[in-house]
Design a protein around this ligand. Structure first.
Ligand code: HEC
Ligand code: HEC
Ligand code: HEC
Ligand code: HEC
Ligand code: HEC
Length: 182
């Protein structure tokens, strides 16, 4: 009787330990990879190549007259140069053939899109560096992969609530819920 109990005791601890280690491995290593679906940009657009052409950030990312952010450039803006092939890069040929000539807008992946219930305006944040909130794309030759959370649908790189609130607190800006959640 005593013996049986003792062996049952240790027989329980080891499978428990193995189970614990396996679930830890799952949660810390495998699960994050399962919930994030990795995608590359439809076109490998190089910011540095275009910076070398002397283009300013505001040539493509600018405020409209009503203060809203034009965000992403349209094909018309790219067509100012790309009606003729400008170089040998296959990414350019792909862009011209599959999007520009067909009049299809490029479905760029946005690293920073917020849930619908979050209100954000670039105008209120004019004067900050883009990199205070975004990955440093201005200096990138190849855009980083985009990680979409398959449960929430949002990107992994989306700024978290505490990051917004930290800067607001430092700048003496209100962190009342209704400021950001409309
Ligand atoms: C020729 C047009 C063009 C110019 C000039 C340009 N960009 Fe972009 N930018 C794009 C396009 C197209 C995308 C979307 C594809 C991508 O993310 O690579 C983008 C995306 C971005 C994003 C990503 C937003 C997000 O969260 O997904 C940031 C940040 C950005 N650009 C910053 C800059 C900065 C800083 C500069 C100046 C150094 C700049 N851009 C100049 C065309 C341009
Ligand atoms: C204070 C933080 C912050 C700063 C500074 C900032 N952004 Fe953003 N940006 C965001 C957020 C948040 C979003 C997502 C907005 C949404 O989901 O409605 C975004 C979205 C974008 C997008 C996607 C298209 C769009 O219009 O939503 C682009 C492109 C972009 N930003 C470029 C820039 C560039 C270029 C700069 C610097 C000139 C910049 N941002 C500065 C936070 C910021
Ligand atoms: C002011 C002119 C100009 C504008 C506007 C412009 N480009 Fe370019 N782009 C160039 C030049 C020049 C090259 C070739 C550089 C080389 O290969 O030496 C280039 C190269 C490229 C390439 C291949 C190299 C790379 O990886 O980026 C792609 C893709 C591209 N452009 C896409 C775009 C898109 C999309 C837009 C609009 C958002 C755009 N370009 C707007 C001038 C421009
Ligand atoms: C780098 C600092 C910084 C970060 C990061 C930041 N903010 Fe702000 N935000 C400010 C400042 C400063 C103001 C006040 C601007 C003013 O009053 O002119 C402000 C004001 C606002 C306002 C009120 C302005 C209006 O249009 O009524 C909203 C909403 C807001 N931020 C949302 C956000 C959200 C959402 C995020 C995160 C995605 C964020 N902010 C991240 C600095 C920041
Ligand atoms: C400065 C802007 C800002 C303020 C102020 C703010 N939020 Fe948020 N909130 C966000 C952003 C951005 C997200 C989406 C990103 C995330 O999930 O962290 C978010 C997400 C959430 C979510 C979704 C769950 C989650 O955490 O992902 C809840 C719930 C929420 N906020 C509640 C609140 C409440 C309650 C308050 C007031 C006490 C508040 N928020 C104040 C910016 C803000």
């Amino acid at each position: 009787m005593e013996e049986k109990r003792a062996s049952k005791g240790s027989g329980g601890a080891i499978p428990f330990l193995i189970g614990f280690v396996l679930s830890a491995v799952f949660l810390w290593i495998i699960f994050p990879q399962v919930i994030y679906c990795q995608k590359d940009q439809p076109i490998r657009f190089s910011h540095t190549v275009h910076k070398e052409q002397g283009m300013e950030c505001s040539g493509c990312h600018f405020f409209r007259e009503d203060g809203s952010y034009a965000g992403l450039p349209s094909n018309e803006q790219c067509a100012e140069c790309h009606t003729d092939l400008m170089g040998q890069d296959p990414a350019e040929a792909k862009y011209v053939k599959e999007f520009l000539e067909k009049g299809r807008a490029v479905p760029w992946l946005i690293y920073q899109y917020q849930p619908d219930n979050v209100y954000f305006s670039h105008k209120a944040h004019d004067g900050f560096e883009c990199t205070d909130c975004h990955p440093n794309l201005g200096d990138s030759d190849t855009p980083p992969p985009h990680y979409r959370n398959v449960i929430t649908g949002y990107s992994k790189q989306t700024m978290k609530m505490w990051q917004c609130e930290r800067c607001h607190a430092e700048g003496g800006v209100s962190n009342a819920c209704y400021v950001c959640h409309k």
